[in-house]
Design a protein around this ligand. Structure first.
Ligand code: C2G
Length: 446
């Protein structure tokens, strides 16, 4: 019996995929089809798939051409599969010609002619697109436009900044249409990314939601819990997506770290230590007290993410110790207790410290080296060092592409969508920001 194997993502399954499977099947008696997992596609830089792995497997199954379907989840698996299944022929479309010649050492390699005029990319382009308008045109907005280019089904169309000159320059750089006001911007898009100074988030987000636009807003969403609640209520009533842009929350490694710890990999969690410091020039807008700058407002949401995700949002006490300069906290340390665990966090714009994350448990601990908020690697460590494990993940570019993908998917999803950053955690972050700003639990260092 001649065994043939082929692989693919098979997103938005089309005639080209069908023809390829038919030709591959004709090469032998038994066809094995490897379908890539969602996480493997993410790893190999494919962030634009529209169907999940189960939908893609179902589509391959429905052709009736595959005798066996397997999933492809890691680089190098093709060699293992050839040995494991006793494969005679590896077949793949001609767009890959030459690329898989290294498999000739293990079996026959056949490049089959591609079907012209059809592709998943083309079908994706024909699907509805989320048109995004940007409010605020600073450095993060710049990164956003570049990163959005890696994500399917969106286009950044317009931008607004009350400073007309800045807005014009930004739009020229990225080929966008400038908007003369936020209202004008709402007329040119169906979703808004807010990247303006913190103290303007609430007004812009509220206006955008009231105008029927989906909103992705930079951290911190707002600085008062009641404002956050109000925004989420408007979004819910109007059936709109409201998300906080928090790159750590959506990156692949952080997600897996959390699920490993939630499944008991280090026993019961007793303590968390997290620090995020970014040494900044005193003249930077981030240090401007009139614009609600300062370390907590700027960086607070980062360490609060693992704390609330792993300990829950029902904390009992929170205290702060801060060092101030020119009206802003250049460094703040926070201490949080729940009934069963403690956490400390440090944020700084005018002071620097080791930016790692350590989660301590009754059986071991997790260590994520700096900068842990751009997680691509972490370790689980135990008393018996032989049990230690290292985990590696992609964190492509600036990492914003993961949150943009989530935002676009949430808007285009029909019905259920699971948010990787739940509303309860965002509300708890705003509560902490508010407690800090009202100052009652803040001890100020000289
Ligand atoms: N294909 C084709 N004609 C088209 C489009 C695709 O023959 N018009 C073929 C591709 O050449 C490939 C298969 O259909 O052999 C699946 O294509 P994709 O879903 O795009 O998967 P791909 O990214 O090519 O993954 O490990 C995965 C493999 O490397 C292939």
């Amino acid at each position: 019996m001649t065994k043939v194997i082929t692989y693919g993502t098979f997103d938005l399954f089309h005639e080209g995929h069908y023809n390829l499977l038919k030709k591959a099947k004709a090469l032998g008696d038994w066809l094995i089809v490897g379908v890539t997992t969602d996480s493997f596609d993410l790893q190999r830089g494919k962030l634009n798939t529209c169907n999940n792995v189960m939908e893609r497997i179902e589509a391959v199954k429905a052709t009736g051409l595959a005798d066996q379907i397997i999933i492809e989840e890691y680089r190098g698996q093709k060699i293992d599969d050839i040995h494991r299944y006793g494969v005679d022929i590896f077949a793949i479309g001609s767009d890959w010609t030459g690329y898989f010649d290294y498999l000739k050492e293990f079996c026959q390699v056949v490049y089959l002619p591609r079907t012209e005029g059809i592709s998943s990319t083309q079908l994706r382009d024909e699907r509805p697109t989320v048109e995004i308008g940007i409010i605020g045109t600073g450095s993060i907005a710049r990164r956003f436009v570049k990163e959005a280019g890696f994500v399917a089904s969106n286009s950044v169309t317009t931008a607004y900044n009350p400073d007309k000159k800045e807005c014009q320059a930004f739009c020229e750089e990225f080929g966008l249409k400038p908007s003369a006001s936020s209202k004008a911007l709402f007329g040119k898009c169906n979703a808004v990314y807010i990247a303006s100074p913190h103290y303007t988030h609430y007004e812009y987000a509220k206006a955008a939601l009231e105008a029927g636009k989906h909103v992705l807003c930079e951290t911190p969403l707002v600085l008062k819990e009641a404002e956050a609640k109000e925004l989420f209520k408007i979004a819910k009533d109007k059936g709109l997506v409201l998300m906080m842009a928090h790159k750590t929350a959506y990156c692949p490694a952080f997600g897996h770290l959390v699920t490993l710890l939630q499944s008991g990999a280090i026993g019961e969690i007793v303590d968390i230590k997290a620090a995020t410091t970014t040494l900044t020039d005193g003249k930077d807008a981030k240090m401007d007290s009139a614009r609600f700058g300062g370390s907590m407002n700027e960086n607070g949401c980062f360490p609060l993410l693992p704390i609330f995700r792993l300990l829950g949002t029902d904390y009992k006490k929170c205290y702060f110790v801060s060092k101030y300069k020119d009206g802003v906290d250049i460094f703040t340390k926070g201490i949080i207790f729940t009934d069963s665990a403690s956490a400390t966090f440090e944020v700084g714009l005018g002071a620097k410290t080791e930016g790692s994350l350590v989660v301590s448990g009754t059986k071991g601990y997790a260590y994520v080296p700096a900068p842990w908020w751009k997680t691509s690697y972490f370790e689980l460590r135990y008393e018996d060092q032989n049990q230690n494990k290292k985990y590696f993940y992609p964190f492509d570019g600036e990492g914003l592409r993961y949150e943009i993908k989530e935002f676009v998917s949430a808007i285009l999803a029909n019905g259920y969508f699971y948010s990787k950053l739940p509303v309860g955690e965002i509300l708890a972050m705003s509560r902490i920001q508010e407690e800090f700003l009202n100052g009652k639990k803040v001890r100020i260092l000289k």
